[in-house]
Write a protein that binds this ligand. Structure first.
Ligand SMILES: Nc1ncnc2c1ncn2[C@@H]1O[C@H](COP(=O)(O)OP(=O)(O)OP(=O)(O)O)[C@@H](O)[C@H]1O
Length: 290
């Protein structure tokens, strides 16, 4: 399902002394089947933006189009469409509350009136997708699990709803590097295998570069850059002005290119470490053969 924002603004606490313009005239596209990374400094409007995706927030002005549904300041998102957009909040494990993992994952689907026999199948599938063994985990209390496992349970709870779009607000915050990698690799696998439109909010350029095929850079409530990673990373100066760094790989390619003759320069699309290593190895073997 393609999603577009057309001139969307959002004002919190309108008409009070605490009024805050959090989104200003944001226009952007999330193509169906894409993996979109949303990056930006703290307070740039990332969480506000994604809460518009499932109707938790409504635009103060502008239009959001989700497939064939339009959301405006006056037209709310229909309940049925909200179910299509799975939103995983920051620190989602704090929202676990049932006495067993299976009950927690089943909560959303039961709430949306899915028949119980279908719910059980969905719960099993969702837990297995996030890499947890159903029989091992189903009757445990979520609170007996490690931080990374709890977060996987929370993500399974959203996947059990079989959303068309999966939106994750900093799903790796507070995890160690191994935990971060496990969660992101899992999300990437689901995205690829199910062609699930995926939106990942992250502070990490490295994460964005590794997984996203499209990037949106937020600053002061505006979408200031949007495009493929190499299009966005080509704006290194602008990114630095926004106190955002380009990934290390991109910085390395820029430095190498400054020293290489024009004909031998590396393409700017080498923003993934593996791709750069392969390109450098290929060049080394050509040099050796000579
Ligand atoms: N419920 C609210 N009421 C009033 N202002 C809010 C509310 N939520 C967010 N804001 C303000 O809106 C602006 C955008 O906040 P938002 O949480 O969307 O940014 P963010 O980029 O997600 O930040 P972070 O990376 O810290 O999560 C900030 O100035 C924030 O203080």
């Amino acid at each position: 399902m393609q999603i577009t924002f057309d001139q969307v603004s959002h004002i919190y606490a309108r008409g009070t002394p605490f009024e805050r313009l959090a989104l200003r005239d944001v226009s952007l596209t999330i193509p169906s089947g894409s993996f979109v990374g949303i990056i930006g400094q703290t307070g740039s409007g990332k969480s506000t933006l994604i809460q518009h995706l499932n109707g938790l927030l409504q635009p103060t002005s502008g239009t959001i189009t989700l497939g064939d549904v339009k959301v405006t300041p006056r037209e709310k998102m229909p309940h049925a469409r909200r179910r299509d957009i799975g939103l995983v909040f920051q620190y989602p494990e704090y929202q676990l509350f049932e006495e067993t993992v299976a009950k927690d994952v089943a909560f959303g689907p039961l709430n949306f009136d899915m028949p119980p026999e279908l719910v059980e199948i969905r719960v099993r599938e969702a837990l297995e997708i996030v890499g947890l063994d159903y029989d091992w985990v189903k009757d445990r209390s979520p609170f007996q699990l490690s931080g990374g496992q709890m977060r996987r349970v929370a993500i399974a709870g959203v996947l059990a709803m079989q959303p068309k779009v999966l939106v994750l607000d900093e799903p790796t915050a507070g995890l160690d590097p191994a935990g971060r990698k496990a969660i992101l690799e899992g999300i990437y696998r689901i995205h690829r295998e199910q062609r699930l439109t995926t939106v990942l909010v992250t502070h990490s350029m490295e994460e964005a570069a590794r997984y996203a095929d499209r990037l949106i850079v937020m600053a002061e409530g505006q979408a200031v850059l949007e495009g493929s990673p190499d299009e966005v990373f080509a704006n290194a100066v602008r990114l630095r002005e926004l106190a955002l760094d380009v990934p290390e790989t991109v910085a390395l390619v820029t430095q190498l290119n400054q020293r290489l003759p024009e004909a031998e320069r590396l393409p700017s699309s080498l923003y993934r470490e593996e791709a750069l290593i392969e390109q450098l190895l290929a060049r080394l073997s050509v040099t050796k053969e000579r």
